[in-house]
Design a protein around this ligand. Sequence first.
Ligand SMILES: Nc1ncnc2c1ncn2[C@@H]1O[C@H](COP(=O)(O)OP(=O)(O)OP(=O)(O)O)[C@@H](O)[C@H]1O
Length: 322
Amino acid sequence: MAGHGANGGGEPGTPVIHVEKLSKIYGDGFQALKEVDLTIRRGEIFALLGPNGAGKTTLISAICGLVNASSGRVLVDGHDNVAQYRQARERIGLVPQELTNEAFTTVWDTVSFSRGLFGKPKDPAHIENVLRALTLWDKRDNRLLELSGGMKRRVLIAKALSHQPQVLFLDEPTAGVDVELRREMWEVVRGLRDQGVTIILTTHYIEEAEEMADRIGVIRRGELVLVEEKNALMQQLGRKELTLHLATPLDGVPATLAGHDLALAEDGHALVYTYDVTRLDEGTGIAGLLADLEATGIRVKDLHTRQSSLEEIFVNLVRGNA
Ligand SMILES: Nc1ncnc2c1ncn2[C@@H]1O[C@H](COP(=O)(O)OP(=O)(O)OP(=O)(O)O)[C@@H](O)[C@H]1O
């Protein structure tokens, strides 16, 4: 779908959205955003993860200029989203969760109309490209009420792309959809990213962030509590624990086992061994550990392993334990 970056584009990896000390206090005095700083890079998929009411929609709306921030600022491709609202807004496509009442309009008309809202001249070749990329071309003359749920979601994306934005915001793109449709949406989003569109999505689903994102931001009570490369996060998560329940408790880790990454637990009734599952080619060291345990005369009653997951980190973060 050539021509997405028709608003100037730019080098992949350079900042496209810059959020600086953004705060939002609603009319009733509730502070929904607290000095959020965030830079989105061109060409990435950024997942904003957070529980209900954390401030995801408020943050997206403030970036898109739909909600007035109380303080701070947002630059979209270098344009201040208040002082240069039009230039900022036309660089953004926003995919809402639901279609509004356009049931009797055709796919072609609704997508073309969206482009017109941005004051852009008609460009049937671009609309065709968008519809083809979203496999909606064969449905272009169908009315929206004649489409399946998955097709309707793709129409929302087509509308948001109709004016050739550089950045696409997807607000919970797979909320309440079945597994098959979720996978279909993931494919669509990846395809768009491959064509150079920067993607920012909000989600409740950790799995979705894990599957899709280049970077993950976690928001909790209006604060961005973590922004991290997904791979770096997964590497931190790659540590696995083996707990060895002992037949006889120990007072300390015997010197003969000092070469292993061991800690005493459960009042000496267990030894916890930590290893890195992302470097399994180097071996887990478990065979050596078991041999050394036997040589030291330590008998193991039972053992189990556990791996921390993104879910666990997320739950700890949003509960405020981390
Ligand atoms: N117009 C408003 N006036 C007052 N408070 C508001 C308003 N809009 C949102 N809030 C509050 O701001 C907080 C953040 O809401 P927001 O919709 O941004 O959260 P969210 O993370 O998108 O949640 P969800 O996952 O449920 O969509 C919530 O506590 C909400 O009640």
